[in-house]
Design a binder for this molecule. Sequence first.
Ligand SMILES: NC(=O)c1ccc[n+]([C@@H]2O[C@H](COP(=O)([O-])OP(=O)(O)OC[C@H]3O[C@@H](n4cnc5c(N)ncnc54)[C@H](OP(=O)(O)O)[C@@H]3O)[C@@H](O)[C@H]2O)c1
Length: 268
Amino acid sequence: MTSSYGLQGRAALVTGATRGIGLAVARQLAAAGALVCVTARDAEDVRRTAAELGGVGAAGSVADAEHLRALVELTVREFGRLDVVVNNAATNQPYGPLMDVDPQAWREAFTINVEAPLRLVQSAWRAWMRQHGGAVVNVCTEGAAHVGPHVGAYGTSKAALLHLTRQLAGELAPKVRVNSVSPGLVRTEMARFVWEPGEEQVAAGLPLGRIGEPEDVARAVVWLASDAAEWVTGADLLVDGGTRVRAAHDSGTYAIHDRLRTGFLRRG
Ligand SMILES: NC(=O)c1ccc[n+]([C@@H]2O[C@H](COP(=O)([O-])OP(=O)(O)OC[C@H]3O[C@@H](n4cnc5c(N)ncnc54)[C@H](OP(=O)(O)O)[C@@H]3O)[C@@H](O)[C@H]2O)c1
């Protein structure tokens, strides 16, 4: 990154920041000069990540409303401010047809993927952003624009997060900008069940010829969080290697949704 984009000395809170996209976001924010607070459930991973970034962290689930309040308190106490919130942690469970979905698992998906981002923004708004302003970036998914087999709970909750992004963008302007990034298939643990069984085939079906790396998404998140995007709110930035435009790309079969249809299942 050649410019700090105005992030020098600002404070950022990133959920799901110990691996994958969230870790790449936290690293790039820190590299741009931001003070970073990280969270995830695994305490040792949180400790290691906070130490690597010279920041702070607290372990817990974003499903726990008290944990979200504590994160905001920690950030404001340690850094004296909270300028950026990145809602990145999510679950892709429960997997399977909606006719079989367990209502408790469905509620959990919405608690993590939709309610937690709202609660975190509420806390950040009350503690700092209402008065001083700020930027929120929610990590959605390119897949929220489609329906597909087995991913109904995930897709529905991410579509709700996309709507929440736009709603909050209107409600919180002009003090706080709220945007989202929608990644296509990215090389992380969460998506391993999709890309690992046949990465070359998946990549060949994408107009840009490869699956995404966490850093591809992180650059977009950091840009939206920065002053470089000061006149952007309510936007969704697709970072998908051309997934949405593949129908116009002459590369044979597009593999990702075929692969999902075959029913690989990730547990956890
Ligand atoms: N990878 C893709 O292809 C892809 C595509 C579209 C969208 N996305 C979105 O990108 C975001 C990041 O996904 P990823 O692929 O980077 O996942 P990942 O590699 O599995 O990382 C997930 C991170 O979130 C943390 N986490 C998970 N559940 C949590 C919870 N309940 N509370 C707090 N932290 C939690 C994990 O740590 P712990 O396990 O220790 O909690 C980890 O740090 C998600 O919103 C996902 O929906 C990913």
